[in-house]
Structure formats: structure tokens, C-alpha cells
Design a protein around this ligand. Structure first.
Ligand code: 6PG
Length: 237
């Protein structure tokens, strides 16, 4: 595994606090903009709510992207867009030009992925070098919408199908290549249900998308996890 900075915090609130401090520091240093890709899920949501409590920051520098999205109608509560709008974009009053999200409600998801890829390259260059990509990890080991055992997602943004029994199987996601090209990647993981998989990732027993990413990353990569998620790691007791 390449150099990964592992930070263990007491609880999910402390994970959000630590990630918020990193995002705010980057926002202050950014010139002229900070490009930030959001993740879905409850752990990242706690971070967005925390950031939304800081209205006095230089938010006009922020350009927001979405690392993955579910192909559901616009406004659907399970869309990552809906969560990000409610937890971060609306409370901070960000302008529409700052919010560069995919149109995953589109009927043709392949075309939506291509359109989002074009927009991404236009905004951050080719290869797409986002300043910060936020990720989570599902209990099944998926990160962004890259699922263990599914065919590799190619290009920079791909339309993919999640495994059977997954909510909202049609998804649009950044590919591993995009996650590798980012300047900084922060992976936020909380909860005991993630402990076994996280330990497997660190012990080289997991070949899922997160393990592959951590192996291949050369840029700064931080895992910010709570003690429950870290409870399977050697020396964590
Ligand atoms: C999605 C996500 C996903 C998420 C993790 C963590 O499925 O939409 O983007 O990768 O970040 O599943 O979610 P929790 O923090 O809720 O476990």
C-alpha cells in the first residue's frame, strides 16, 4: 500500500470535525478556486452539515462536483444531489455556477456520464486534477459507485450497474483513474459495520475498489475513521 495517512477519531462527529478543518484550510489557501468532489452517504453528510455551520468562510472560491450519483428522478431523496443540496449547497447559499453536478436523472445514463466527463475535463483539465475528492466506504466495500467484483469502470466518468440487491442499481461514478488523478483524497469511514472490511483493506486481504485505490494512489490520501470502524485494526484496542 502506498503512503496513506490514517487518522483515528473518537466518534463520527470528530471525524466530521477533522475533515471540516482540512477542507476549510484548503479553501483558505486555494487560489482562485477549490474544486471539491462530494461523496454520498451518512458519514460525508455529517461533514457537509458541519461545513454549513461556517457561513463566514470564503465559499465563493468553492466549485463542487459529485463523485457518484444514482440514476433516479430529479429531487428523489435517495439522489446524492438531494442530500448535498440540503446539507451544504442551500444552507451556504452557493450559486448555481458553483455546483457542477451530473444529470443522472437522464434517460440515457451513458450520455449523462459522457456529458459529465466533458464538463469535468472542461473545469479541471485533462487529466482531471480535482483539488479534493471525498469518499466513503459502504459496508459492502463500495466506494464512490465502484463495487467489489463489478467490471472495471473506464474513462473518467462511467455509467455502471451496482450488484443485485443494491438500492438504485443504475449509477454514474468517477472511475478509478479520476480518483487517482486527484490532488488529495479524503476517505471518511465510521461505524463498527465497516471494521472488518477496513482491517482487511489494511492487511492486504481485500481486493475491492478501496484497496486498489490505496495501493495505486501517489498523491496525498487520508483515511479519517472513527474508533468503531478502526476496531479491527492491529494495535487499535
Ligand atoms: C453512495 C456513496 C458511497 C458512500 C458510502 C458511505 O453509495 O452513494 O457515494 O460510496 O460514500 O457508502 O456511506 P455511509 O457513510 O452512509 O456508510
Amino acid at each position: 500500500m502506498s503512503a496513506v495517512n490514517l487518522q483515528i477519531e473518537a466518534n463520527p462527529e470528530a471525524v466530521a470535525e477533522a475533515a471540516a478543518a482540512l477542507v476549510l484550510a484548503a479553501l483558505h489557501l486555494a487560489e482562485p478556486t477549490l474544486t471539491l468532489a462530494l461523496a454520498g452517504g451518512s458519514t460525508p453528510q455529517r461533514l457537509y452539515r458541519r461545513l454549513a455551520r461556517e457561513p463566514e468562510q470564503p465559499w465563493s472560491k468553492l466549485r463542487l462536483f459529485l463523485g457518484d450519483e444514482r440514476a433516479l428522478p430529479d429531487g428523489h431523496p435517495d439522489r446524492n444531489t438531494s442530500m448535498a443540496m440540503g446539507a451544504l449547497v442551500e444552507p451556504l447559499g452557493l450559486s448555481t455556477s458553483q455546483v457542477i453536478f451530473p444529470h443522472a436523472g437522464a434517460e440515457d445514463l451513458g450520455a449523462a456520464a459522457l456529458a459529465y466527463q466533458q464538463r469535468l475535463l472542461q473545469e479541471v483539465g485533462d487529466p482531471p486534477c480535482l483539488d479534493i475528492v471525498l469518499l466513503g466506504m459502504g459496508g459492502d466495500g463500495h466506494t464512490a459507485s465502484l463495487f467489489p467484483g463489478e467490471p472495471p469502470a473506464t474513462g473518467w466518468v462511467a455509467a455502471v450497474q451496482a450488484p443485485r440487491d443494491t438500492a438504485a442499481r443504475q449509477r454514474l461514478t468517477f472511475t478509478p483513474a479520476t480518483l487517482l488523478a486527484a490532488k488529495q483524497v479524503f476517505v471518511l469511514i465510521t461505524g463498527r459495520d465497516k471494521a472488518e472490511r477496513l482491517a482487511a483493506v489494511f492487511e492486504g486481504r481485500d481486493e475491492g475498489p478501496l484497496a486498489q485505490l490505496l495501493d495505486a494512489r501517489r498523491g496525498e490520501t487520508r483515511l479519517i475513521v472513527d474508533t468503531a470502524a478502526a476496531s479491527g485494526l492491529a494495535g487499535s484496542q
